[in-house]
Design a protein around this ligand. Structure first.
Ligand SMILES: Nc1ncnc2c1ncn2[C@@H]1O[C@H](COP(=O)(O)OP(=O)(O)OP(=O)(O)O)[C@@H](O)[C@H]1O
Ligand SMILES: [Mg+2]
Length: 275
């Protein structure tokens, strides 16, 4: 195998869990930040292959590659920018974002997921076992989860504008498939709702500044949902039923800026349900 040195590679992207380096014209190396993420990297490889096999717009996946003990995947290099960066840098492009998100998301949800993808409800139940989820919240969320529907559709699990890339030559690609599951589309839309409205945006400034974005985030979610519902039937109540359960499971990601609002959302929803 060719020896690769990280110091000789150009970094072209970074997220919470991975850094992306340019290998050549055609390929990038998506390298996990720590050796402990080996299982996640393997999970992403399986999910990427599954998503590609059923025709979803995902980057091609080549071989596995470790550098300095960090696990990585060699992926198709996309000549593209993500829609989150696009909205922040080119606000005039915002108008086409909801339609693009909805078109992609409905097409995933029309797809029956390959059997090798984990089950959405099982995945959420596992996340709820995290020590970061307070016991009362975990117990209530597990009870609520039992009432939520099963499903067999392709769910991305982390579908937000930062994970949708627009190719320079046109067309969209969805990245970051490590949380992909087989399940109820309403759950996947509920996760997008949670992320669009409440996720901490790294690099978008301090909390007070991010709070100013709240009305824009609601407007984006409302426009996305309208566009989604024009293409696929989906009751608002079916989405809302998932929200507190997913908010509770989100605590397991250990994002300090999100802890208080996610906990409040989980407690409010799970408490209302009991009442
Ligand atoms: N195949 C690719 N080709 C070109 N750029 C890419 C590719 N995959 C990812 N990137 C760039 O790297 C950035 C981070 O990638 P990615 O979202 O996969 O990392 P992550 O750590 O999983 O992110 P997150 O914080 O969402 O968990 C992306 O926003 C994108 O700009
Ligand atoms: Mg990402």
């Amino acid at each position: 195998m060719v020896e690769v040195r990280i110091s000789e590679l150009r970094r072209i992207g970074a997220g919470r869990e991975a850094e992306v380096y340019c290998l050549d014209e055609r390929r990038v190396l998506r390298l996990a930040r720590t050796a402990a993420l080996r299982a996640e990297v393997e999970r992403e490889r399986v999910a990427l292959l599954a998503a590609r096999r059923c025709g979803a717009p995902a980057p091609a996946v080549f071989e596995r590659m470790d550098v300095d003990g960090r696990p990585g995947l060699v992926l198709e290099r996309l000549d593209a920018h993500d829609l989150l960066a696009g909205m922040l840098r080119r606000p005039w492009e915002i108008a086409r974002v909801p339609g693009a998100l909805a078109g992609l998301h409905t097409s995933l949800h029309e797809t029956v997921a390959p059997a090798e993808l984990p089950d959405l409800r099982t995945e959420v139940a596992e996340r709820l076992q995290s020590g970061l989820v307070p016991r009362d919240v975990r117990d209530a969320a597990l009870r609520a989860l039992q009432q939520l529907p099963d499903g067999d559709r392709l769910c991305h699990g982390d579908f937000h504008p930062g994970n949708v890339l627009r190719r320079r030559r046109g067309g969209y690609v969805v990245i970051d498939w490590k949380a992909a599951t087989r399940g109820d589309p309403a759950g996947d839309v509920a996760r997008t709702r949670l992320l669009l409205l409440g996720a901490w945006i790294p690099g978008a400034g301090p909390r007070q500044l991010q709070l100013l974005l709240t009305p824009f985030r609601w407007a984006l979610y409302a426009a996305y949902l309208r566009a989604y519902q024009r293409q696929r039937e989906l009751e608002r109540s079916a989405i809302i039923a998932w929200v507190p359960v997913l908010a509770a499971a989100r605590l397991s990601y250990d994002i300090p800026q999100e802890r208080t609002p996610m906990l409040a959302l989980a407690r409010r929803g799970l408490h209302d349900r009991r009442a």
